[in-house]
Design a protein around this ligand. Structure first.
Ligand code: NAD
Ligand code: TYD
Length: 351
C-alpha cells in the first residue's frame, strides 16, 4: 500500500509519519509537505533514511501539481493533515487558511476521485484529519462535543476546517469517495511549534521572558498527547468505518491559567529555579478576538468501537514533553532563529 501523508513535516504529521514508517515497513509512505514556516524536516531526521519513506515538497493549493503527483505516484490512500493550523494567524490572514485548508483539501479530493473512481474505489481511503474547534465553543459545565454536535465554527481557522470537513463528506455522498474523518482536541508533545500555548510557555520560561496569557486565562482546552493522537489516527485509518467521523480527546480539561501554573512549577522543579519564580513571568495580555471559551470532547465512540485509548496520563505526557524540550534546546533554537528552514536545502534539494 502506498499512502500519501500530507503535512508530514508539521507537528502532528511528523508523529503520524514516524508511526506508519516504523510500524508498517510493508507500506510506502510519501510525505507531501510545502514546508511552510510550520514544516520542519528535522522532526523526521531519525527516519528519513528508512527504505519505505520518501519526502516530496509540494503545495496542495496547486491543483496541477497535485494531479500530476497522484497520476504518477498512484497512491492507495491519503491521510490529510496539511493545513494552516494557528487560530491567531487565521485572525490576521484568513485567506491563507481558505487557500490551504479549503481549496487545498478540494484539490486532493479531486485528484483522489479522478484516480480511484475508474478503479471502483476498492481498497482506497481518503482520511481527513480535523479539529474539535469546528463544533464551536461550550459554556462551562459538563457538556461535551459528540460526533452529532452541530457545526458552529467561530474563528477563521475553525471555519476553514469545518468547510473542508463538509467538502470531504460531500465527496463521499456525491462521488462515493471512501472517506474517514476524525476531529481531535488540542495536542501537545515533542516538536510542537512554539507559537502554540504549551511550547510557547516552555520557551518563554527557559528564556525567562514574559508568558502571555490571553484575557484572564479562564478559557478551557482538552489536551491530548500527540503520540496518542497518532495511534488514534492509526486506529481510524485501519479499523474505522468508511463515511464515519470519530472524535478524539484526552478527557483532560484545563483552564489556561491552571495549565500555565503547572508548567511553571514543573519547570522550576526540573531546572532548579526557586519554586514559584516562573509564575512571576505570567503576563495577562489583551484577549484573542472571538476567543472560544471551552472545548471538551466525548471520545466514547472511538474508544468503544475501535478500542483506542490514550497511553499516557496528562502528568506523564507533560513530563515527557518538558523533558523533550529541555533535552532538545537546539531544536527550539533552530526553530526560533529560522535555521531549521535550511535543512531541506542541505538534505534534499541536491538529491
Ligand atoms: P502544523 O501547523 O504543525 O503543520 C502543518 C503542516 O502542513 C506543515 O508541515 C506545513 O508545512 C504543511 N502545509 C501547510 N500548508 C501547506 C500546503 N499548502 N501544502 C502542503 N503542505 C502544507 O499543524 P499540526 O498542529 O500538526 O496540525 C496538523 C493537522 O491536524 C491540521 O489539519 C490541523 O487542523 C489538525 N489538528 C491539529 C490539532 C492541534 O492541536 N495542533 C488538533 C486537532 C486537529
Ligand atoms: P493555542 O495553543 O493557540 O490553541 P487553540 O487556540 O487552537 O486552542 O491556544 C490554546 C489556548 O491558550 C487558547 O485558549 C488561547 C490561549 N493562549 C494564550 O493564553 N496565550 C498564548 O500566547 C497563546 C498562543 C494561546
Amino acid at each position: 500500500m502506498k499512502i500519501i501523508i500530507t503535512g508530514g513535516a508539521g507537528f502532528i504529521g511528523s508523529h503520524v509519519v514516524r508511526l506508519f514508517v516504523t510500524k508498517y515497513p510493508e507500506y510506502q509512505i510519501l510525505n507531501l509537505d510545502a514546508l511552510t514556516y510550520a514544516g520542519n524536516l528535522e522532526n523526521l531526521r531519525d527516519i528519513e533514511q528508512a527504505p519505505n519513506y520518501r519526502f516530496v515538497k509540494g503545495d496542495i493549493t496547486d491543483q496541477a501539481f497535485v494531479d500530476h503527483l497522484f497520476a504518477t505516484e498512484e497512491p492507495d490512500a491519503v491521510i490529510h493533515l496539511a493545513a494552516e493550523s494557528h487560530v491567531d494567524r487565521s485572525i490576521t490572514d484568513p485567506l491563507a487558511f481558505v487557500k490551504t485548508n479549503v481549496l487545498g483539501t478540494v484539490h486532493l479530493l479531486n485528484a483522489a476521485r479522478n484516480l480511484w473512481q475508474p478503479l471502483g474505489y476498492a481498497g482506497k481511503t481518503f482520511y481527513h484529519v480535523s479539529t474539535d474547534e469546528v463544533y464551536g465553543s461550550l459554556e462551562m459545565g459538563p457538556e461535551l462535543f459528540t460526533e452529532t454536535t452541530a457545526y458552529d465554527p467561530r474563528s477563521p481557522y475553525s471555519a476553514s476546517k469545518a468547510s473542508s470537513d463538509h467538502f470531504v463528506r460531500a465527496w463521499h455522498h456525491t462521488y462515493h469517495l471512501p472517506v474517514k474523518l476524525s476531529n481531535c482536541s488540542n495536542n501537545y508533545g515533542p516538536n510542537h511549534f512554539p507559537e502554540k500555548l504549551i511550547p510557547l510557555a516552555l520557551h518563554r520560561i527557559q528564556q525567562r521572558e514574559p508568558i502571555p496569557v490571553y484575557g484572564r486565562g479562564e478559557n478551557v482546552r482538552d489536551w491530548l498527547f500527540v503520540k496518542d493522537h497518532a495511534t488514534a489516527i492509526d486506529a481510524v485509518f485501519h479499523r474505522g468505518r468508511v463515511g464515519e467521523t470519530y472524535n478524539i480527546g484526552g478527557v483532560n480539561e484545563w483552564k489556561n491559567l491552571d495549565l500555565i501554573h503547572l508548567l511553571c512549577d514543573v519547570m522550576d522543579e526540573k531546572t532548579g529555579q526557586p519554586q514559584g519564580s516562573s509564575r512571576q513571568l505570567i503576563k495577562f495580555v489583551t484577549d484573542r478576538a472571538g476567543h472560544d471559551l471551552r472545548y471538551a470532547i466525548d471520545s466514547s465512540k472511538i474508544m468503544q468501537e475501535l478500542g483506542w485509548k490514550p497511553s499516557v496520563t496528562f502528568e506523564q505526557g507533560l513530563r515527557q514533553t518538558i523533558d523533550w524540550y529541555l533535552e532538545n534546546q537546539q531544536w527550539l533554537n533552530r526553530v526560533t532563529s529560522g535555521q531549521y528552514q535550511d535543512y531541506y536545502r542541505q538534505q534534499y534539494a541536491a538529491r
